[in-house]
Design a protein around this ligand. Sequence first.
Ligand code: PLP
Length: 386
Amino acid sequence: MSKLPIPMSSPDLTDAERQAVANVLDSPILSMGQNVKDFEQAFCDRTGAKHAIAVNSGTAGLHLCVRAAAIGEGDLVITTPFSFVASSNVMLFENAVPIFVDIDPKTGNIDPELVKDAVENIEKYLPRRGANLDAKIKAILPVDVFGQPANMDSIMAIAKEHNLTVIEDSCEALGAEYKGQPAGMLGDFGVFAFYPNKQMTTGEGGLVITNNDEDADYMRAMRNQGRAPGDTWLTHTHLGYNYRLDEMSAALGVVQVSRLDEMLFKREQVANWYESALEHVEGVKTQFVEESTSRMSWFVYVVRFDEKINRDELAQKLIAAGVPVRPYFAPIHLQPYMVSKFGYKVGDFPITEDIGNRSLALPFSGVMSKAQVKQVCKTIVEMLQK
Ligand SMILES: Cc1ncc(COP(=O)(O)O)c(C=O)c1O
């Protein structure tokens, strides 16, 4: 059997998306038009949120939440080191300090027991340098890792008790549900991202949902160069950003979100193919899905290997055999800029590091065929036997 080409990820696009983008290009309005409004409305309809604010990346969306929550110089935010860097970087943009706590080894999501302990005993969790013991804890930023909601009931209970804002990073979990509730709707703010490997794409893009009117107005102003409601084009109430989503991206997004359930279903099917091919392979552990996850939204397909297996060597062999794979995640606290700013060391968050060292994201998308999945799994089994 000849080998099929296997990309790491692929967007799921149809002629409807192509036509929607072409229609924008045939119009004079390439920014700040109806498509952004329609895209936002589709998210309100889907999630039940009062407000949706489209932006040009998930990172921009998270940053606007940090600003809206008035997280500033020296403030502390409890979050996870097992994530994509953006979820912590948005604190650094404001000279605030991410306070890391380790994760639940089963799901990879932030451990709520440790969140509670950190809120109550912050001195145990401060980095070696770059944070002040007297600083105020302002917020919790959980991440819905790999498309599985964090343990939000516990996190919200802690937040309520201590009057903390919760920013739910649902950039990997659009369409997921926690006990029947949409991911992104569980905290004060929810953020989604639409990079081309995501469940749906706008090319680049992101979106914030919230039920708070004042915060929504502020975020709309801040994404648009600080123009508050009533400001003219050259009046800027705030020092803002250009975080606007353009009309081509929004038009693409309107079609993609209308197809979201179909696309999520296809991704789930691919995940199921992987699961049945790999669940009994010795040394390989597939994704654990928590009971509270009433709907998993498969973003990536990540497997964990036994300690005995040299993950990096295996990855190299797989890539050489035409199977692209990637370590996922690389712990945030060990990124060079984090080490130099806060003095983190190997061993600071052992569960994050262990899982980071033993995991690989396999090729994954909703347009993958069963034959491609079979080929990936067959290659993994062969390489493990060598
Ligand atoms: C958990 C998490 N947060 C934030 C982001 C940032 O999104 P973007 O790349 O759109 O800025 C990503 C993107 O992959 C992510 O996985």
